[in-house]
Design a protein around this ligand. Structure first.
Ligand code: IPE
Ligand code: IPE
Ligand code: MG
Length: 224
């Protein structure tokens, strides 16, 4: 049975779910938040130590302002309402991506990270305004600035995911089979599951089914 230490998820399909059932993309984002809560609970139950959630990509700025505003408002309210409970559950929150949001949201994100920084039951990495290519470029720039060699280790420790083990399992909901600029370096050896269901319809049962399948896979890492 494969150990499972880190699950990464591309939470895709909110907009389509919202249009199908409520005639509103934003309703899909709201419903997607319920799935986030369910999956956090289930991740703890499964004793998984790291959960990385792709919530907003550097490319998502190309969306209509109304949708972007709605998403960040949702996030702000989520943190305001839930951070205390996440802290009680010993969850550590880390933001991946550059925090270039409103001063209010930046502060809330910083405070949430600070407040939960000593927790160790589960680390949730929330990828927000995250793009893997720009993360890699920044890592190379830092290596160059410090006059270090380009090695695998030096790249690892200059990424935002330094100290976080690479994901063992990547799940992308919402039918499409692509990485959309998510953790390109870190996913080198991840087991990848593309799930047809849209994110708001994804549930504990689906998650546990994938975990069960993952555990049975023969992971070679180049060996035989
Ligand atoms: C994923 O759902 C959430 C974000 C990118 C913020 P989408 O909003 O991409 O949903 P679809 O793919 O349009 O259905
Ligand atoms: C990927 O979904 C980003 C997130 C889930 C946050 P997108 O819906 O933005 O991806 P593309 O544009 O379809 O590749
Ligand atoms: Mg999408």
């Amino acid at each position: 049975m494969n150990p499972l230490n880190h699950v990464a998820i591309i939470m895709d399909g909110n907009g389509r779910w919202g249009m199908k059932y409520k005639n509103s993309r934003n309703a899909g984002h709201k419903a997607g938040l319920n799935t986030v809560e369910k999956i956090i609970k289930e991740t703890i139950k499964n004793k998984i130590k790291y959960l990385t959630l792709f919530a907003f990509s550097t490319e998502n700025w190309k969306r209509p302002k109304k949708e972007i505003d709605y998403l960040f408002n949702l996030l702000e309210n989520f943190l305001l309402n839930r951070i205390e409970d996440l802290h009680k559950k010993k969850i550590k929150l880390k933001i991946l991506g550059s925090k270039k949001f409103s001063p209010k949201l930046n502060k809330l994100l910083n405070n949430s990270e600070k407040k939960t920084s000593k927790n160790s039951k589960l680390q949730i990495n929330l990828a927000l305004n995250y793009g893997s290519k720009s993360e890699l470029i920044n890592a190379f720039k830092k290596i160059k600035k410090n006059k270090k060699a380009i090695t695998e280790k030096n790249i690892d420790i200059n990424l935002q995911t330094k100290k976080i083990p690479d994901p063992d399992l990547l799940i992308r909901t919402g039918k499409t089979k692509r990485l959309s600029n998510f953790l390109l370096w870190q996913l080198a050896y991840a087991e990848i599951f593309f799930e047809k269901k849209l994110w708001p319809s994804f549930n504990e049962k689906d998650y546990n089914r994938i975990i069960k399948e993952y555990k049975k896979i023969k992971r070679n890492f180049g060996k035989i």
